[in-house]
Design a protein. Structure first.
Length: 227
C-alpha cells in the first residue's frame, strides 16, 4: 500500500494522536441512532489532534458535526480556541467568530440547547494516514491503533486514565474515497483477508463503560488502562 500512497503530511514519524469528546442526550439518542443504522443521523464532538497533555485554553480544537445522509458521510467543522469551544458546547455561549462561521455555530448552539447535550465519552487513538496522488487522487487510508476512552473528566488534558476499548492487537482501517475505492486497494484488502466490520469508536466507549448494552457490533475490550 505504501508503494501506491503517500504518507499524510501530518502523519510522519509514527502518526499522531486524535482525541474526541462526544456529546449526546441523557438517553444516548446519537448512540442509538448509530446502532439502529438510521439513514440520517448526526454526532457532535470536540476534536484535538496531537498530544492531549499539551492542551490548554488557547489550544486549537475543532467543533465538528459528523452526519450520515443515506450512504454519504459528511463532516463539517470550525476551529476554535479550546475555551471558546467549551463555552459553546458546555455553557451554550456563542463565541467570537468569523462571519463565515456563524451559520455552523448557530446550528451547534441550537443542537446542544434543544437536545440538552452533554459530554458522554472521550476517545483517543494513534492515527497513521496515507493519501493518494495522480490516478489515486482523492483516496485516503487511515489506520487507528491503541483505541481507548473514558466516561468522565472530559478536559483533554485531564490526568484520568483511559481504558482500551478495542484490544491492543487490533487496529481500525478505513478506506475513504471521493468517488470509488480503486480495485488494487480492494484486492489488497481481500488478499489480507480483511472484511468490512461496522465499528464506532464512540459506541465502543459507551458500551465498554456499561452505559448501554453491548451491541452485536462491539469488539471485546480488555480490562487494563493506559494514558
Amino acid at each position: 500500500m505504501i508503494r501506491r500512497l503517500d504518507v499524510d503530511s501530518h502523519g510522519a514519524d509514527g502518526g499522531y494522536g486524535v482525541w474526541s469528546t462526544y456529546y449526546d442526550t441523557r438517553d444516548l439518542r446519537f448512540y442509538w441512532e448509530k446502532i439502529e443504522g438510521l439513514k440520517f443521523r448526526r454526532k457532535l464532538r470536540l476534536r484535538h489532534y496531537g498530544d492531549r497533555f499539551s492542551v490548554g485554553d488557547d489550544s486549537t480544537v475543532h467543533v465538528e458535526i459528523k452526519q450520515r445522509v443515506n450512504r454519504v458521510t459528511q463532516k463539517r467543522r470550525v476551529a476554535l480556541p479550546y475555551h471558546l469551544a467549551r463555552d459553546l458546547c458546555d455553557k451554550r455561549v456563542m463565541p467570537d467568530h468569523e462571519p463565515g462561521q456563524r451559520a455552523f455555530l448557530e446550528e451547534v448552539l441550537e443542537l446542544v440547547s434543544l437536545l440538552d447535550l452533554r459530554p458522554v465519552a472521550m476517545t483517543g487513538y494513534q492515527r497513521e494516514a496515507y493519501v493518494g496522488s495522480g490516478a489515486d487522487e482523492g483516496i485516503r487510508v487511515t489506520v487507528d491503533s491503541r483505541i481507548r476512552g473514558r466516561d468522565r473528566d472530559f478536559h483533554f488534558a485531564a490526568e484520568t486514565e483511559n481504558r482500551l476499548v478495542v484490544p491492543a492487537e487490533f487496529a481500525v482501517v478505513e478506506f475513504k474515497a471521493d468517488e470509488r475505492v480503486p480495485y488494487w486497494l480492494t484486492d489488497l484488502a481481500a488478499r489480507m483477508s480483511m472484511s468490512i466490520v461496522r465499528v464506532s469508536k464512540y459506541c465502543q466507549s459507551v458500551e465498554a463503560y456499561g452505559h448501554a448494552p453491548r451491541s452485536i457490533f462491539h469488539i471485546p475490550d480488555t480490562e487494563f488502562s493506559e494514558a
